[in-house]
Design a protein around this ligand. Structure first.
Ligand code: ZN
Ligand code: FE
Length: 253
């Protein structure tokens, strides 16, 4: 098992560094500089890099990290990412050096078509697929693909820690409350998140249980969610129709 160090990057990204002893693995290093600073400060050697998808804010730092460390790079086989030495498609079990843990690789198409999530030691690293209180935009995949991907992640154990790649929680939950104003768990979560953000605290990781209770994109069969989606153009109560309407509504919220 590893310790997880949160490395803020850009405006609202989180790069996750997994530390075991003097070694480390890093997930989605969009920028090398803050990662190199932590590695040097903590006296760690980078052994592995895990990439969820090809967007620059998730893999833009790989080349600069490889200039300093000889790390193995795990990433989607189906996406154009320079430096990947272990291409993955989902379904594999990997044992990246530096974190003393195995991970199940889960294919989660939707935000991008080759998007991967990594699940191990009770932790889920899910990039821009499942967010705290929301989900990623559909840049490449279909609503049905994203819904199926989110269902795979929602099926993980309740206590799973959800390490997504952005601090979007407060805006996500404001939208969630517009969708589901009667959800008490959601009301409480939003109040907690507003307070945490006002104090400058991170709201990630969350848990699968928390997401199932308050993330509208995991709640497309709940009556209040279905009703709100109908007002936003969902023609039926079918969960793909509901999800599609929610995702389009969120895009302009
Ligand atoms: Zn992305
Ligand atoms: Fe991103």
């Amino acid at each position: 098992m590893f310790d997880v160090i949160r490395i803020p990057a850009f405006k609202d990204n989180y790069i996750w560094l997994l530390r075991k002893g003097a070694a480390a693995a890093v997930v989605d290093p969009g920028d090398a500089r803050p990662v190199l600073e932590v590695l040097e400060r903590e006296g760690l050697t980078l052994a592995s890099i895990l990439i969820t998808h090809h967007h620059a804010d998730h893999q833009g730092g790989v080349a600069a990290l490889l200039a300093h460390y000889r790390a193995e790079v795990f990433g989607p086989a189906a996406e154009p990412i320079n430096g990947v030495s272990r291409p993955l498609r989902g379904g594999e079990t990997i044992h990246p050096a530096g974190c003393d843990s195995g991970f199940t690789v889960i294919a989660v198409p939707g935000h991008t078509l080759g998007h991967l999530a990594y699940y191990g030691s009770g932790c889920l690293f899910c990039g821009d697929t499942l967010f705290a209180g929301g989900c990623g935009r559909l840049f490449e995949g279909t609503p049905a693909q994203m819904l199926a991907s989110l269902a795979c992640l929602a099926a993980l154990p309740d206590e799973t820690a959800v390490y997504c790649a952005h601090e979007y929680t407060q805006a996500n939950l404001r939208f969630a409350l517009a969708v589901e104003p009667g959800n008490r768990d959601l009301q409480c979560r939003l109040a907690e998140v507003i307070e945490a953000r006002a104090r400058g605290l991170a709201t990630v990781p969350s848990t699968i249980a928390c997401e199932k209770a308050s993330n509208p994109f995991l709640r497309c069969t709940q009556p209040e969610v279905v009703e709100s989606a109908r007002h936003r153009g969902a023609g039926t109560a079918d969960k793909v129709a509901v999800f599609t309407a929610l995702r389009e509504w969120k895009n302009s919220f």
